[in-house]
Design a protein around this ligand. Sequence first.
Ligand code: BJ8
Length: 426
Amino acid sequence: MQNDYRQMWSSLGLDLEAHDVLLDVLNKAYQDVFLSQKGRPESMSYFDFVISEVHGLRIKELLDAKKEGRPVIGSFCVFVPEELILAVDGISVGLCTGAEFAFVEAEKLLPRNTCALIKSAFGFKQGKVCPYLESSDMVVGENTCDGKKKSYEVLRDLVPNLYVMDLPQMKSDAGRDLLAAEYRRFLVELEKLSGRTVTVEKLQQAIRTINAKRKAVGRLARYRHANPAPISGLDALLINQVYFYDNPVRFTGSVEKINDELDTRIGSATGVCSADTPRLLVSGCPMAVPNWKVPSVVEKCGAVIVAEESCVGERGTRFLTRETGDSVDALVENIVDRYYQIDCAVFTPNPSRLDHIREMVKDSAADGVIHYNLQFCQPYQIETGGVEVALEEQGIPVLRLDTDYSSEDIGQLSTRVEAFIERILG
Ligand code: BJ8
């Protein structure tokens, strides 16, 4: 099987030696971070399997689907509507942006002070190690932060099939109109690429499928409100990360299986920690696979993460799309309504994000908030100040962590998280 995969990776143009190094690091990190945890729900075995096959079986599935004429669409942002992709029988995949790989190469094209997430996208391309990127029939870039927006001008020369989606910067009538126009333009492009015309039935079914996936992770989020926490923050993050790669129907079924197990755990007051374990909410920049650094530090220091206000978490998944509508146009409007509510820090002003953090702290009974920023991410770094002041005024302790994907600051992060936990424990 491994040999088949090597052939497959080679046919995708991957650098097999560099790819071996990446898989080796990934496997070791997974063992250390995930498999060493105690008291994990048994149904997490599905997600262990998914990660073990993340560059194997799942890529094979994508290539098989491509043979059937189904396009693979890679993207970097939760503003790219999965429903539209699914409506043309396409497959939506999140592109690897969670590890430091070939940064020396990436920094030949991008300034050093570019956030790690963007550099990672370039490093995976330049290092030829991402089978998702190489399988994509279309790569969608979106005009969100300046770093992404400008870097797509450079990425255009590296990937033959880059499509750039414009996005509003303000929540206004004009902003909503822009989003609607861009989603319509995207739909036309998807129809062209796939050779399929979207019908009401297809789009409605796609909306239902993606809503079911979001409902499943929403249910999981609610179980995490229990004390003791029935699942670690790391495992919950992993589920939110796999959300971007897996077949949506299979993913939903696997999450619901975990949910049923958590239901039983809560009924018998079984958790992954004790009821007096400090509970933390993590808010800020998204954590893409395999970015597990901060949650791993936090949980090794003895706290448990009970919620993520992040695009790989509730910010990205909390809203559902209305399923009713008797024309494709009406359904696209429903999709616009849904995505328009996402409160990414690239919007100005962006007050609903703070309201949502407050609401999440309350619902999850969090004792404090870690505001997680990638260095050089101006939108989230700038929003941190206001979030910190507002929450502290309300008596909610906040720890601001600015970091990247390197492991050099793990010791320093641990010291700061330990001090924060001591503050919480009073
Ligand atoms: S909707 S959060 S997924 S843009 S970390 S690249 S913002 S400098 S990722 Fe995001 Fe869409 Fe918004 Fe969500 Fe720029 Fe910041 Fe880097 Fe970022």
